[in-house]
Design a binder for this molecule. Structure first.
Ligand code: MN
Ligand code: MN
Length: 407
């Protein structure tokens, strides 16, 4: 197979000359969609940093064919809603049309800042990326919940359950994942929005107080909240409110540090789904770490689309879409990837640092099918009737799922 990597510097000039384009070649290190006799240099406008981040789009591997929908987006080009308490940016199906099953939000709260009391029609799964926060919730039976969360803690609020998030002394940033691609974090049911749009006489009647109790509420209160500054709260105990119905039994928090990783040859994976985090009934996660040189093996998922979030490192993924179609995408920290059900794929660490990313599914359980394991557990003659492989290949097949390989 031909080498398809950046042709840089003098190599680029030589390649351009070979392609008969010497007269208009540029003496720089810019990557080019040029591979021997194929392709040519870019003469028109270009965004070179973007091209360098996406080398497999500029010059796909020769095994790529056909045309898949875009399977990459980034929080870094999403609209950011900025407020005096922090900010939020989201990737929904409007930004990333293929992502129909899941949407995501990246949110920053300064110390003490509050993500307003609210609820919504999607379940909310969360991962703390940095810092710490206090979360509260109450269910339909009047059972309440309060907990503090820190880096690498997960939490989950079922659809319709009202909740809040308040940063503690460090401030925080977290990822939110919703089990609906059309969900908008900017369209949730906010406490102040409802208060502002309910007649004062109704508020008075509902809460059993005179209308004057609401005199100090500004008419535009709902425009001042969503994310807003506040004092850092005191101890967790000071935030506990006794409920006669008790507390929510099924914890809304899962500490990733309590989840034993599955060690793999090229990294490790932590699976968090309804089997070990019972509140996560509709959202399953795999937190994957791929060491330099390692690769999340060729596999697919038999139960759902996959929504990815890249936490750190660099990766390349080729998605196989049947009918001779395969497209390759490159990812960096802050990017979102997507794999439609049940397309085959791998995720290779293309950097020199560890790669960490999330595989998220709108499903109760994490499920994947390994190509290697499938072939290992099929009759040898049947496999060899399909592909002319030698004995080394057959003896290297693994009856146990490798998950993350290293060669
Ligand atoms: Mn929420
Ligand atoms: Mn996958």
């Amino acid at each position: 197979m031909r080498r398809r990597e950046f042709i840089a510097g003098s190599a680029a000039a030589a390649a351009a000359a070979a392609a008969g384009a010497a007269a208009i070649s540029r003496a720089d290190d810019a990557p080019q969609p040029l591979d021997g006799d194929e392709g040519g240099t870019i003469l028109g406008p270009r965004n070179e940093p973007l091209e360098r981040e996406n080398p497999d789009r500029l010059l796909p591997p020769t095994t790529d064919a056909g045309y898949l929908p875009n399977l990459k987006f980034s929080f870094d080009i999403a609209h950011t809603r900025v407020s005096n308490g922090g900010w939020a940016r989201q990737v929904t199906v409007d930004d990333f049309p293929i992502a129909k099953t899941i949407s995501g939000v990246d949110m920053r709260l300064k110390p003490g800042a509050i993500r307003e009391l609210h609820w919504h029609d999607a379940a909310e799964w969360s991962l703390m990326l940095a810092g710490n926060a206090r979360i509260t919730a109450m269910d339909f039976a009047g059972r309440n919940f309060v907990a503090d969360v820190g880096k690498d803690d997960l939490w989950l609020f079922p659809a319709g359950v009202p909740h809040s998030i308040q940063a503690l002394d460090e401030g925080c940033e977290f990822l939110l994942v919703f089990d609906d691609g059309a969900f908008s974090e900017f369209g949730t049911f906010l406490l102040t929005d409802w208060i502002a749009h309910t007649p004062r006489s109704i508020l008075a009647k509902n809460f059993g107080v005179p209308e004057s109790a609401f005199d100090r509420i500004p008419a535009d209160i709902e425009s001042k909240r969503y994310i807003f500054p506040a004092e850092v709260p005191g101890s967790l105990r000071s935030s506990e409110v006794h409920s006669p119905a008790g507390t929510i039994k099924e914890s809304y928090v899962h500490r990733l540090s309590d989840t034993k990783p599955i060690d793999a040859p090229g990294g490790r994976v932590r699976i968090v789904d309804s089997s070990n985090f019972p509140a996560a009934k509709t959202i399953a996660a795999a937190i994957v770490e791929v060491d330099p040189g390692g690769m999340r093996e060729l596999h697919w998922h038999p139960n759902a689309d996959e929504w990815q979030y890249y936490v750190s490192g660099k990766a390349r993924m080729t998605v196989f879409g049947a009918e001779g179609t395969a497209n390759t995408f490159d990812y960096q920290a802050g990017d979102v990837g997507y794999v439609p059900f049940p397309m085959g794929h791998y995720v290779e660490n293309t950097g020199t640092a560890p790669l960490r990313f999330l595989e998220m599914f709108r499903a109760p359980r994490f499920e994947d099918v390994s190509l290697n394991q499938w072939l290992a557990l099929s009759p040898v003659d049947l496999v060899r009737a399909h592909v002319p492989v030698d004995r080394r290949f057959i003896s290297a097949l693994s009856k146990r799922k490798q998950i993350v390989v290293r060669y």
